[in-house]
Write a protein that binds this ligand. Structure first.
Ligand SMILES: Cc1cc2nc3c(=O)[nH]c(=O)nc-3n(C[C@H](O)[C@H](O)[C@H](O)COP(=O)(O)O)c2cc1C
Length: 179
């Protein structure tokens, strides 16, 4: 299977990235192909609302670091996406990236993607209440569901580093392995 691993945290070895790395390790050991994206190192403009995607039924025409992404997305089986919680919700770079997915819907707002992709969302937050930002995470889930994607969510909470949480790391590894 083809797996896109999309990181958005500026902390290379931070919590969300550590969890994604473990899922990826498991997935690689199961023989899946991983295509990594590190949004913090990429030039990704916001959607310019030009509506060319709607008028012509094409992928986003902006020639930035997402220009090769759309073909990868179309043929991907699994998306792993991680974000630290910033100001009660997923972070700005991930929102900018998600906005660009406007082109994944046609002019009638029907999906241009094949249904059935799996999404693994990874969040990390300082708040120890796992449900504190559930409504905000749900915003992304709603979007994925319009593409008939199946969403699974992992939330890392509190001030301990994710990589020191053996149970969480094992769960992430096994999740990757089971893809
Ligand atoms: C700008 C900023 C805003 C944050 N806002 C929140 C917040 O609203 N709620 C929360 O629980 N944690 C908040 N945090 C803490 C991070 O979500 C937390 O440290 C997380 O583990 C960082 O993940 P990372 O290591 O993957 O970057 C914030 C951190 C930063 C830098």
């Amino acid at each position: 299977m083809k797996v896109l691993a999309i990181k958005s945290s500026p902390r290379i070895k931070g919590n969300t990235n550590s969890i994604i790395d473990k899922i990826v390790q498991g997935a690689e050991e199961s023989g899946h192909v991983i295509i990594p994206y590190n949004l913090n190192e990429m030039h990704v403009k916001g959607c310019q609302a030009c509506r060319t995607c709607k008028e012509k039924g094409v992928d986003c025409i902006i020639k930035d670091d997402l220009k090769d992404y759309w073909d990868k997305l179309k043929t991907a089986d699994v998306l792993i996406m991680g974000s630290p919680v910033c100001m009660y919700t997923f972070c700005g770079p991930l929102k900018t990236f998600i906005d660009r997915h406007y082109c994944t819907k046609d002019k009638n707002m029907k999906s241009r993607l094949e249904p059935g992709k799996k999404v693994i969302m990874v969040y990390s937050q300082a708040n120890s209440d796992e449900d504190a930002y559930k409504d905000n995470f749900n915003v992304l889930d709603q979007y994925f569901k319009t593409h008939k994607m199946e969403v699974q969510t992992i939330v890392h909470c509190g001030h301990n580093h994710a990589s020191e949480n053996e149970e969480l790391m094992q769960m992430a590894y096994e999740l990757g392995k089971s893809l």
